[in-house]
Design a protein around this ligand. Structure first.
Ligand code: SAH
Ligand code: SF4
Ligand code: F3S
Length: 474
């Protein structure tokens, strides 16, 4: 996990992390798999489902690629650069295959879905290609690939949510976990490949979500992040026709235990409704933090992006959030240099960022993705130099906003969930406040000063990415 909230130009949230189970215990498996995940948190969460399916088949996980019988890459297609990184990695893996002919290499996730059997046939880089809705068929596909057959399943589903599969927590700190609540996306933002790689939106059985969160709490976890491409449009109807909206799901999760923090990601601004905001305000254990991707601050560009809101509507939404929860942290995603973007449009983006006073943003250069509405309808006509220059301005502004936001916290006291040692020193703890800001503070011999505990911390200093504090021992 990123330890700081340092704004940066982000290509993929985390890249190529190798996994092993949280508890580090390897059971008596007769074969080993190695998995690397790229892209969004959904992919990291899916890798935990895949690990569970493979464990059932006698595969244990390893962090050492050289001892693996099966190497998997869970891939991302969101920007071209994400795909280039994966291709490079696959070429590196090919040399292992040369030395060990029995080794199987598989591509999972969004790139598998986008390129389908092309990866297998044209480029001969891999043995297995499995899309995000087809992981249950992995065991059969591994068998087929082992016999030298083409093993591809990229069928998308309208129902699959893997609700009944208990994820194997990989690389976990034992305190914070991600719980997938929905899959797919129906929004069709014109720049975005996700609706094509992840398929139609579908929500997971609310009871299975609450059961998973409860089990995590009982195992000692103290924070769950409910995951989906668009969590606010969560909607599930049970057998007796009772409906569960996102606001109701949040409430159910909040009621599990006041000591369990609830977060969620990501929210499309159009779906953050008053009932969601009031539910957040009602329960202190639902974190005061909303990731509310803006993309562009120009109404004209937003229309081309098919985002369904105007700049004024978005600004009003931010105001509404702060009315209901004055202490709510807000972060954003911004795209620089979308098709036809003028200097004026770009200034509109900077202006909305300033008005929203984001604590943090993920900022990207527009990357045309084949098959998307934008690729079909509009020319990718902003020169690379201009895109880069606009991105630099956006990043510089966000750096200033983050520092201003952090400076305002100096002197305040926050309840922090201790996640583990700070990256820099094992004499310091690292944790987050409700607003998702990272706090670093010295360990003390107070009984509360332990991983997984809540502790009050007074902020005494800050950088652009981190609040520096001291624990107030009770
Ligand atoms: N479902 C999430 C976004 C998932 S993709 C949401 O709607 O909020 C994460 C971010 O990647 C997007 O918010 C967008 O800012 C960025 N992104 C998506 N497609 C992109 C593209 N073609 N070029 C550049 N950035 C893109
Ligand atoms: Fe992509 Fe838009 Fe769906 Fe987010 S809401 S995944 S940006 S189509
Ligand atoms: Fe990437 Fe797919 Fe996530 S394209 S951002 S891994 S949904």
């Amino acid at each position: 996990m990123l330890e700081t909230l340092q704004p940066k130009v982000q290509d993929e949230s985390r890249q190529g992390e190798a996994y092993a189970p949280a508890n580090g215990v390897f059971n008596d498996y007769n074969k080993k798999f190695y998995i690397e995940s790229y892209g969004c948190q959904m992919n990291f969460s899916d890798s935990e489902i895949v690990a569970s399916i493979l464990n059932e088949q006698g595969f244990g996980s390893t962090r050492n690629v050289e001892e693996a019988d099966l190497v998997l890459l869970n891939t991302c297609s969101i920007r071209e650069k994400a795909e280039v990184t994966v291709r490079k990695r696959l070429t590196e893996f090919r040399k292992f295959k040369h030395d060990r002919p029995g080794l199987l290499i598989g591509v999972l996730g969004c790139m598998a879905e986008r390129l389908k059997s092309k990866l297998l046939e044209e480029e001969k880089l891999v043995d297995l290609v499995v899309g995000p809705d087809a992981y249950r068929t992995l065991p059969g596909l591994i068998g087929e690939a082992g016999e030298g057959q083409k093993a591809v399943n990229v069928l998308l589903s309208r129902e699959e949510t893997y609700a009944d599969i208990s994820p194997v927590r990989l690389n976990s700190n034992g305190i914070t976990a991600f719980v997938s609540i929905m899959r797919g996306c129906n929004n069709m933002c014109s720049f975005c490949v996700v609706p094509f790689t992840r398929g139609r939106e579908r929500s997971r059985d609310a009871n299975s979500i609450v059961a998973e969160c409860t089990a995590l709490f009982n195992e000692g976890y103290r924070e769950v992040t409910l995951l989906g491409q668009n969590v606010d449009s969560y909607y599930w109807v049970n057998d007796s026709k009772q409906e569960v909206t996102f606001a109701q799901l949040l409430e159910k999760c909040a009621l599990i235990d006041p000591e369990l923090r609830i977060r969620f990601s990501t929210s499309h601004p159009k779906d953050i409704t008053d009932p969601v905001l009031y539910t957040m305000a009602k329960y202190p254990n639902i974190c005061r933090y909303i990731h509310l991707p803006l993309q562009s601050g120009s109404t004209r560009v937003l229309q081309l992006m098919n985002r369904t809101y105007t700049r004024e509507w978005y600004i009003a939404k931010v105001k509404r959030i702060r009315e209901i929860m004055p202490d709510c942290g807000i972060s954003s995603d911004i795209i620089a240099g979308f098709c036809t973007e003028t200097d004026e449009d770009h200034k509109d983006t900077l202006d909305v960022m300033e008005q929203s006073a984001y604590d943090f943003s993920y900022m990207f250069i527009y990357s045309e993705r084949p098959g998307t509405l934008a690729a079909r309808r509009y020319a990718d006509d902003i020169p690379e130099e201009i895109k880069k220059d606009r991105l630099t301005q956006i990043v510089n502004l966000q750096n200033r906003l983050s520092l201003e936001s952090n400076r305002k916290d100096i002197g305040k006291t926050f309840t922090v969930l201790i996640e583990g040692d700070s990256k820099r020193s094992d004499q310091q703890w690292m944790g987050r406040n409700s607003q998702n800001k990272v706090l670093v503070f010295p360990k003390t011999d107070h009984p509360a000063s332990q991983k997984g505990n809540y502790i009050d911390v007074r902020v005494i200093d800050c950088t652009q990415g981190t609040l520096i504090g001291e624990a107030i021992a009770g």
